[in-house]
Design a protein around this ligand. Structure first.
Ligand code: KIV
Length: 300
């Protein structure tokens, strides 16, 4: 008798999953790639139903979900919980887990250990890490170990302090050339795609033309191969100040406040729950129950 594994082994694409090489083919066909962040099973499921190609379990979760002021406090344990939830919800999109600050900077071994946890324990298809330069060796080590890596250049929020805050990068010719060279180096190191964040549109376009692998832009203009937005920003769920590159497609914070407000009011006015929300019991059981209560009262 042959037995079949219930889940595909790590590293084996699940049935219906977008194949990683398809991303480069989408670029070659000039077909835009849609990526969105997600942080739990419902958002993973909804992003899948909406047709997203890639889901990023971003360390932006530290701000959008966990209430921090920056992405730096996100921990491996938190990111693993969120990634596991997203991979339970999403089927077709490739799920990319964002390696949190401190999880890949120290050594190749530690980066490998943490990336393996994302793939093996949390079901991620790939990982993303910020930066180039000293991180090129890290990318090579992970890709050499069989883990697909997405790069991230431009405004890299984990190093926002060193970059002088959350502001656009590559706005001088010198910085733009460095970004261009970093992107080429990340591709050579084995990245399957590169996020370009808050980069002038002409710079992002030139980088995109120079690479075989897709670029995914956020605040990088319309010339990149794909776009990414943060779930809470695009749905109007995040109450902080949104950067200029955010387009808000819904105002769910207002919708949610309205719905929860209506519920609170109905509870206070005893208008909820109604008959259809409650369970009854057979008359005879109710009568026995009432009698039993009398006995209980007598015994006390
Ligand atoms: O953490 C995140 O959500 C990101 C995207 C903004 C690219 O890195």
């Amino acid at each position: 008798m042959t037995t079949r594994p219930r889940e595909p082994a790590p590293g084996t694409p699940a049935p219906g999953k977008l194949a990683l090489p398809e991303l480069a083919e989408l670029k070659a066909r000039r077909q835009p790639i849609a990526m969105v962040t997600a942080y739990d099973a419902p958002s993973g499921r909804l992003a899948d139903a909406a047709g997203a190609d890639l889901i990023l379990v971003g360390d932006s979760a530290a701000m959008t979900v966990l209430g921090h002021d920056s992405t730096v406090p996100a921990t491996m344990e938190e990111m693993l919980v969120l990634t596991r939830a997203v991979t339970r919800g999403a089927r077709r999109p490739l799920v990319v887990a964002d390696m949190p600050f401190g999880s890949f900077q120290v050594s190749d071994e530690e980066a490998m250990h943490n990336a393996i946890r994302f793939v093996k324990d949390a079901g991620a298809d790939a990982v993303k890490l910020e930066g180039a330069g000293p991180m090129l060796g890290r990318v090579q080590a992970l890709v050499g170990g069989g883990i697909p890596v997405m790069g991230h250049l431009g405004l890299t929020p984990q190093s926002a302090t060193m970059l002088g805050g959350f502001k656009a990068q590559g706005r001088t010719a010198e910085q733009a050339v460095r970004l261009y060279e970093d992107a080429l180096a990340l591709e050579a190191a084995g990245c399957f795609a590169i996020v370009l964040e808050a980069v002038p549109a002409p710079v992002a376009s030139r980088i995109t033309e120079a690479l075989t692998v897709p670029t995914i832009g956020i605040g990088a203009g319309a010339g990149t191969d794909g776009q990414v937005l943060v779930w809470h920003d695009l749905l109007g769920l995040y109450e902080g100040h949104a950067p200029r590159f955010v387009k808000q497609y819904a105002d769910l914070a207002a919708e949610i406040t309205k719905a929860v407000g209506a519920y609170v009011e109905e509870v206070r006015e005893r208008r909820f729950p109604e008959e259809q929300h409650t369970y009854g019991m057979p008359e005879e059981e109710l009568a026995i129950f009432e009698e039993a209560l009398e006995d209980v009262a007598e015994r006390r």
